[in-house]
Design a protein around this ligand. Structure first.
Ligand SMILES: [Mg+2]
Length: 234
């Protein structure tokens, strides 16, 4: 059991609150399967049209060439390229998938009870993930354990806070939450992110969950589940 004195807790998503494989085995294939039909049905709506124009210009294609645009977006999905127009379109496709009840997000079972207890005890909770804020909110809203949005005060992504391995991102989040870095705890499965948070003066706990093979957290403290974290008010 790791005992941490803090006031705010910021959580990573993939590998920390949720299984990375859910993204690769459920969300990416869903976006790939619905991509062309989505573009055909929503291509004239401003948000989609803007993203399509960006994709088309990046490959020198006509924005009306749905085959070429679809092929490029699917290439980015397959190569896991963090391209802004892809993130936008994927977010919209997933939102519809959640609304239709065709998609559920993933959250490890130890996470919602821990978050609820921390929230009730007065801790401020926030999310920091490289997925867009809209995608984070959709994931939290559609957790299999219920809508967890009431638990979170803030959401941060790479466009609002900066890169996850950059200590200045954690300084920015602390300012935005109005809290001292020393009163903040960051939970992540990636050591480089934990190091960046520590450099900014935060406390950290690494997550090493069973089956999450991409996890790199090596420096102590590390835990296998949120059940092994005890927070007390600083
Ligand atoms: Mg992660």
């Amino acid at each position: 059991m790791e005992r941490i004195a803090c006031r705010g807790i910021v959580v990573d998503i993939e590998g920390t609150t949720s299984a990375a494989r859910h993204v690769y085995e459920v969300l990416f294939p869903y976006a790939r399967a619905h991509m062309r039909d989505w573009l055909a049905a929503h291509g004239s709506e401003p948000e989609t049209a803007g993203a399509v124009a960006e994709v088309a210009s990046s490959i020198g294609a006509d924005p009306g060439d749905l085959d070429a645009v679809t092929a490029q977006l699917i290439r980015w999905i397959d190569d896991d390229v963090k391209a802004a127009p892809l993130k936008t379109i994927q977010g919209l496709i997933w939102e519809e998938g959640y609304a239709r009840g065709e998609l559920t997000s993933h959250m490890f079972d130890d996470v919602p009870p821990a978050l609820r207890a921390w929230k009730e005890a007065g801790f401020v909770l926030a999310v920091y993930s490289s997925g867009s804020v809209a995608a984070q909110q959709a994931l939290v809203a559609n957790a299999p354990q219920g809508d967890l949005r009431p638990l979170f005060t803030g959401y941060f992504d790479i466009t609002t806070a900066g890169a996850k391995r950059d200590s200045s991102s954690y300084r920015r989040i602390a300012v935005s939450l109005g809290m001292d870095a020393a009163h903040l705890l960051f939970l992540s499965d990636i050591q480089a992110e934990l190091d960046a948070a520590r450099e900014a003066g935060w406390q950290t706990v690494g997550l090493l969950r069973e089956g999450e093979t991409q996890a790199t957290a090596t420096a102590e403290p590390t835990v296998a589940s949120f059940d092994d974290i005890e927070v007390v008010p600083a």
